[in-house]
Design a protein around this ligand. Sequence first.
Ligand code: ZN
Length: 88
Amino acid sequence: MNKAIKNFVWLMLPPCKEVTELISLNRDRGISFAERLKVRAHILFCKFCARYLRQMQSLEEELHHKHLPEDAPPDVIKRIKKIVRDNS
Ligand SMILES: [Zn+2]
């Protein structure tokens, strides 16, 4: 892509801080379609946020598949997720 165009698109995109916040919000309560589009567009151009998103997703998967007992009560799962989040 032409560097000038790339710079222009970059200026139109939300900043990394907003995108990483949206990514963690998405884990907590979900985000709107428009917000998701922002994230998608941003990570096309930003390796840092793309990696952040991948890390969040694999963390989620690990929580779902490995570390939690099948029959753990929802509030316990919520508490464990919070601890993991606060320490990540
Ligand atoms: Zn970024």
